[in-house]
Design a protein around this ligand. Structure first.
Ligand SMILES: [Zn+2]
Length: 133
């Protein structure tokens, strides 16, 4: 994941700049990103995810909508199994720039409600069944 000219990496949480060899911000324990922080302000948490699969899925969904999203996990690569003190059972969280927060929340909300509707289809979908035991 080395980009030409990408000598530096930034902490998406506090905005500190590090050399490219640095994996994570020691202060925030956040994985560094290749892009400098957006001018609009620090990224905001829009959703917490229970596991890596859900995080990757939702991050991909947001990127599909043209939103830049950071997936921050409680377990940092390169730091063993250091875990943040979340106070929750969430595996990690999704962050976007403040400008994108509303749209990102809407995308996730629509996706989750669609999932719920899909989950209820199974019972309602049984029509014309002949098996009355
Ligand atoms: Zn930091």
């Amino acid at each position: 994941m080395s980009e030409p000219g990408g000598r530096f990496r930034w902490c998406p949480e506090c905005g500190t700049r590090y050399d490219a060899g640095t994996v994570a911000c020691p202060g925030c324990r956040v994985v560094l990103v290749a892009d400098p922080p957006v001018a609009g302000g620090a990224p905001v948490v829009i959703h917490k995810v229970p596991d890596a699969a859900a995080g990757a899925l939702l991050a991909g969904l947001l990127e599909h909508h043209g939103l830049r999203v950071h997936l921050r996990s409680a377990t940092l690569p390169g730091y063993g199994n250091v875990r943040r003190d979340w106070g929750t059972t969430a595996w990690g969280e999704l962050l976007v720039s403040p400008d994108d927060a509303d749209e990102a929340r809407e995308v996730i909300s629509e996706y989750l409600s669609a999932l719920e509707r899909g989950g209820q289809v199974r019972d309602a979908d049984v029509e014309g069944g002949s098996g009355a035991l």
